[in-house]
Every structure is written in C-alpha cells, then in structure tokens.
Design a protein around this ligand. Sequence first.
Ligand SMILES: Cc1ncc(COP(=O)(O)O)c(C=O)c1O
Length: 401
Amino acid sequence: MIHYSNRIAASVEPTPWSLSVEAAREAGEIRFDLTESNPTRAGLVPSPEDAAAICQALGDPRALAYEPHPKGMPSARRAIAAHYEREHGIEVDPERLWLAASTSELYAQLFMLHCDPGDEVLVAQPSYPLIESIAALTGTRVAHYSLRDYAGAFRHDRAAIEAAITDRTRVLVCVAPNNPTGNALTDEELEAITELCSERSIALIVDEVFAEYALDGARDDARGTTTVVDERCLCWTLAGLSKTAALPQMKLAWAALSGPERVVASAELRFEHVADTFLSASAPVQCAADVLLERTAPVRSSILERLRANLATARRVLSPETGASVLRCEGGWSATLALPAVLTDEAWAERLLRQGVLVQPGFFFDFEQEARVVVSLITEPAVFQRGIEQIAAACREELEE
Ligand SMILES: Cc1ncc(COP(=O)(O)O)c(C=O)c1O
C-alpha cells in the first residue's frame, strides 16, 4: 500500500456542504454567488492601457538572467518599499523584505523556521481557515484563542491569548484586518500582543494582505496599512500582490522583518537557509514588480469603492425588522452577517442555497456564535444587492413562521 502522510488529514474528503454546493452549481441553480473572492472574475481588473504596460513589463528581458537571491531581487524589494512610501508614507527597508510566490508559502516557510514537529501556532478564532491546512502540511499544530465580540466588533483579548499559550507555542498569527470578521488591530491590541510575544519569546506573524482596504467605521486607533515595525518582538509582516494588486495569479508576496536587532540577525541567518532552499518568486514577476504596483493603483481604488458600496447596500437592505445585521467591518473583502438565530449557520446556508443564494456558513471559519454567514464584498454590485435582498426576504419569512 502506498503511504500517504497524515499531514494530509481528512480535509481532502468533501464535506456535505461542499457536495450541496457542487450539486447546485452543476444544476445551474446558483443565481447569486456571494462568495466570489477572485478579483479577476469579479470584473476588478486593470484598464486595457494598464494591462498592456503590465504585460510588457512581464516580458522584460532582464528576467532571462538567473541571479538568485534568498531575499528576492533587490530591484523588486526596492519597488515594494517605494510602493509603501508613495501610497502610504511608510518607510520600509528593502533589506528587511523577503519575497516568495505567495503569503501561503511564506506562512509555510516561517512555520518551518520557528517550529519543530508538534510545536504550536496560535491563531485567533474565527480567522483565515487556510492557516490550519498550512500548519498541518508543515507538521505544526494550530491552537486557537477566541476573538471577543465587544458590542459587535471582534477584538483580540490579552487574557484570552495568554490563556492559550503553552510551552509549545512558537508563533502567534494575527490577521489584520481579519478574514472574515474585518477587525483591524488597534494600537492597544498590538501593544498587548507584542508585549506578550516578547515576554514569552514567541515570533509574531501579522498578515496584512487586506490592510490597504480599510472600510468605513474603522476605528481611529485601528491600524490600516502598517507593515508593523516593532522593536520589542520578532515580527514578520506579510502582504502580497494577491490583494495589493488584486492579481493572485502573479504569485509575489513579501514578509517584512522587524524586531530587536540581535533577534533579527539570528532570524535572518536561519531564514536565509529556508528561503534559499525554495527561491520561489519568479524572475518575470519580480522584474515587473514596480509596474505591477504602480499600474494597479486604479484597481485598488475601484475595489475600495465597491467594498464600501456593497457594505452600505447590506446595511440598508438588512434593516432591523429583518432581524439580521452586518457586523462592524473595519477592513478586508468580506462581511459577516448575523442572521436570526432561528436556524444554525449551516441550515441558513442550505436554506439560502435552495433559493439560489450562495454564502459561506460560519462553521467554515469556526465562529462560536450561531447563525453567522459570510459574504464577499467584491461581488459584482447588482448580484450582491439581489442576493442580499433574497437574504432579507428569507429572514422575514423565517421570523414570521
Ligand atoms: C488573510 C489572507 N492571507 C493571505 C491570503 C492569500 O494570499 P496569497 O495568494 O498571497 O497566498 C488570503 C487569501 O484570501 C487571505 O485571506
């Protein structure tokens, strides 16, 4: 018998929910797909002129020379630093940037750097589900702490994090703004997190892929685009073209390293070995990084406009008499809906699917609260509005019964 690693767990088996969705798709029954998270399928693409400039840059003959560098090409790292300076007035040292094909890959490489088999990565719950798969594939275990729901806004709670830390905790992952709950990091939360990581010698990963999409209602003290630079604990801040340029297929992401000088030096020495083993960022995308970042500025603006418009639509249509509400959303590409607790999240998702509306059930993200579903805010606005109207009608019907 061929052996398969138990790192690949049961997640390869389809779930009853994924089978229902597949059947509905095959039967052409999904009329309002509110889960579209692929910007290139949601009409959020560069103008023909910008697309031509990007394609030309991707054909740069400099890519024909093989000049491997564990951190990635210096020109690409300078282009990323210039982007932060130009668009956000943030200074990033190109020497502190490490490039890879995706943030998923950077997660895996950082888990390899910091964890032995069986060590723990601590992640908020609910949060980005892929972290669990990446951890499993690298032989690492995931432990969770719950985000506290304070008056409709999820927040990281120092006591909850502290209680979840064990002597095997090596990494704390913080997605900010979080997927799917949209909570950004306040200065106070970041302070507590970096203090804890420093005290307990835990490496911090801040996943900022959505930081450029701060939404209305963001708290004044919540961080938008940051590239966290913290002198107290070892911190890797992740972002990439997948969300910054809305071009996930380009496969370029970066980790910005910060922390106390001595720890940074030891991390660099070791990460160089990991990064040099993979060298995963391709030359064409690195050569085109400056053009890709500059020419996608209009797409970033269109996305932000769409996110704000769809969020406003959801708030307007899910009026109080529907018994549903949209949770506070400080940033990112998704919104969480709190539906009337007369059904579970799975039953809600199944019921909506029968009406032709596809949403993501809360269990997919490990929500503790019942009747939460998640919708993608990059959905084409007409589809989004009609889908949300269907949800409002379903809520009214359920409340009447
Ligand atoms: C929080 C978060 N991080 C990272 C990613 C993926 O980024 P990449 O395509 O660079 O792996 C996603 C994708 O949706 C995400 O939601």
